[in-house]
Design a protein around this ligand. Structure first.
Ligand code: SAM
Ligand code: SF4
Length: 335
């Protein structure tokens, strides 16, 4: 039986699901988590079987790309079982891409298995190449462990994109170093503007904010930037640096609006569906999932949620304060 595809009220087809499989992490990045986090009790989490049912329902309804995130997805126990179970959707052709966003700390352990599950490209978050600064921004992370992970991932054949949060007064001085390093290792690079997520107690969001317009201007002083057309339906815009041949992306939720082409929704590890990263509205999918062994209730709930997908977010720093702030942490919805 064919299931009707998911189209939202603004005629945007929903083809991309991001799934946070855990709220836990082995790092405590200053813009993402407080140092002392209280994590969810295990019974609140979707089991791996439930995650499979959720994702499979979305794939049946037209989702073609699945990104696994967190928290740190690779610290969830037995997460490889889940990756391997998603391989069947790649094999059937329903799913075009299975991928993940990771801090890289566990890649040395899991790179080969990810490849065997059908993962081809991954995003690895890395804000600095300086060991001391890395320890400061991640609080608990250690740079050599991540660099080993990157080596293992490349050796296993994974294509890597580095995600770097642009932080004023922190990694401004590493712009060219990071860019050249990625070029020399044949990795793509995307910069992300820091977003006003979560109340982390005393963090200065406006002070941390380094506009990617400025960052791009600095890059343009050193390199010839050619705009690339391809978009992912997401907030990233890409350029090519003619001198190095590499692609550099900019995720600019604050200086540009990207909502008109939004094709994605986000599922948390407790089964809440967020239809927009920048809005509080969410739909509980765990209750309909657990209410029946068949998926009819779940599919109805997914459809009802997509019918509420808003036109866009309201983030705005233009008045020198973090307007449109949402109270949850990025680790909750997975970024
Ligand atoms: N732990 C994994 C990682 O770090 O890649 C996956 C989850 S993490 C929440 C996903 C992405 O969100 C990371 O690239 C991280 O840098 C980004 N992120 C977290 N908090 C952010 C914030 N306040 N503003 C912008 N990006 C943020
Ligand atoms: Fe963990 Fe990723 Fe958040 Fe850093 S950004 S604390 S690595 S979930």
């Amino acid at each position: 039986m064919t299931v009707p595809l998911l189209i939202d009220p603004f005629a945007r087809p929903i083809s991309y699901l991001r799934v946070s499989v855990t709220d836990r992490c082995d790092f405590r990045c200053v813009y993402c988590m407080a140092e002392n986090m209280t994590f969810l009790p295990k019974k609140e989490l979707l089991t791996l079987e439930e995650l499979d049912r959720m994702c499979s329902a979305f794939v049946r309804m037209g989702v073609e790309k699945l990104r696994i995130t967190g928290g740190e997805p690779l610290v969830r126990r037995d997460i490889m079982t889940f990756f391997h179970s998603m391989t069947r959707h790649l094999d059937s052709g329903a799913l075009q891409e299975l991928t993940l966003t990771t801090n890289g700390s566990q890649l040395a352990r899991f790179a080969d298995e990810l490849v065997s599950a059908g993962v081809k490209r991954i995003n690895v978050s890395l804000d600095t190449l300086d060991e001391e600064k890395f320890a400061r921004v991640t609080r608990w992370g250690r740079l050599p462990q991540v660099l080993n992970g990157l080596d293992a991932a490349q050796k296993a054949g994974l294509r890597i994109k580095i995600n770097t949060v642009a932080l004023k007064g922190f990694n401004e001085d590493e712009l060219f170093k990071l860019t050249e390093w990625c070029a020399s290792r044949d990795m793509d690079l995307t910069f992300i503007e820091v977003m006003p997520m979560g109340d982390l107690g005393g963090e200065d969001r406006v002070g941390q904010y380094w506009s990617l317009k400025d960052l791009r201007g600095q890059l343009a002083e050193h390199y010839t930037l050619t705009d690339l057309d391809h978009r992912t339906g997401g907030p990233a815009r890409y350029v090519q640096l003619d001198e190095t041949g590499q692609q550099v992306g900019f995720i600019t939720p604050l200086t540009h609006n990207f909502c008109e082409s939004c094709n994605r929704v986000r599922l948390t590890c407790t089964g809440e569906l967020f239809m927009c990263l920048g809005q509080e509205d969410n739909a509980d999918l765990r209750t309909p999932l657990r209410a029946s062994e068949a998926d009819d209730l779940l599919e109805d709930a997914i459809r009802a949620a997509i019918a509420r997908k808003p036109k866009g977010h309201d983030f705005d720093y233009s008045r020198q304060r973090a307007d449109g702030q949402v109270s949850r942490h990025m680790s909750h919805t997975g970024g």
